[in-house]
Design a binder for this molecule. Structure first.
Ligand code: SF4
Length: 266
């Protein structure tokens, strides 16, 4: 069995000690970048704020430049909110703000405050997360200000989580439980990787996980691709899945057939 845990970010499971700390009346976040208008990160047209910092270390991560917790621009929640509000006329009925990463839960207090500012303005809030990085009261506070979450279930077994990341299926399940209890709309995402997650049994397991939680509206399969390789090369980090073929759109369609119609919505 090939060992994949050789990446520089995979030095141990992440804990809440990894979280960014607030140090003032307004929360400050580390921002990787802001995309003014996106159409694939939640419902409608959305401004997408990508945060810096992630310790989950997925073998197929396409944003290794977001892993470090030292990079990015420091901005207050209000500064980010003002930038987002410039685009509000484009959001329409369904759009709004999506916070992505990196891993947004690592900056939960900042995201919670930013989402709170959005809610005051009537802007929809969407959290794109792996479900790792924050639990308990901090997570509950953030979920109170969250309308919808795009939750990436990276793998459908604890073994695969351990083999290909620092993450844990139990941690993701806890996140889904809390999101469900908070009546957050849930869209589940799952990357289909040939030879790893590209199998019918795994997709059936994914559906069984989804069925445990109220609020799941959608299960979306995404194809594994290798467009990220230049980023790994620039950072001098080996890409662990370089020899794995990309997943085809045809295969995604075949596997999507295993997902009940009720999860096609959202
Ligand atoms: S959780 Fe997301 S950002 Fe973090 S390593 Fe995995 S794919 Fe990359």
């Amino acid at each position: 069995m090939r060992a994949y845990k050789s990446g520089p970010q995979r030095k141990g499971a992440m804990s809440e000690k990894d979280n960014f700390v607030d140090n003032g009346s307004l929360q400050t976040g580390r921002i990787h970048s802001i995309m003014s208008m996106g159409g694939v990160d939640g419902p409608g047209i959305r401004c997408v704020v990508f945060l810096q910092g992630c310790s989950v270390g997925c073998a197929y991560c396409h944003n290794p430049d977001t892993w470090t917790r030292e990079g990015g621009d420091l901005m207050s929640s209000d500064e980010v909110a003002q930038k987002v509000l410039r685009y509000r006329t484009y959001f329409g009925k369904n759009g709004g703000l999506t916070v992505s990463g990196g891993e947004p839960l690592m900056q939960a207090a900042f995201v919670s405050e930013l989402f709170g500012l959005m809610k005051k303005e009537g802007i929809s809030t969407c959290l794109d997360t792996s479900g790792h990085g924050c639990t308990g009261e901090k997570l509950a506070a953030l979920l109170k200000n969250t309308d919808i979450t795009l939750c990436d279930i990276k793998f459908t077994s604890q073994e695969d989580y351990k083999r290909y990341s620092n993450g844990s299926l139990d941690v993701v399940k806890n996140f889904l439980e809390e999101a469900s209890k908070a009546h957050v709309r849930i869209w589940i995402r799952h990357v289909v990787i040939p030879g790893i997650t590209e199998n019918e049994e795994g997709i059936k397991r994914l559906v069984r996980i989804a069925e445990c939680y109220e609020g799941v509206e959608r299960i979306e399969l995404l194809p594994f691709h290798k467009m990220c390789i230049p980023k790994y090369e620039a950072l001098g980090i080996p890409f662990q899945l370089a020899d794995v073929p990309e997943c085809t759109g045809k295969r995604i369609k075949e596997l999507q057939m295993l997902i009940p119609e009720k999860y096609a919505g959202g």
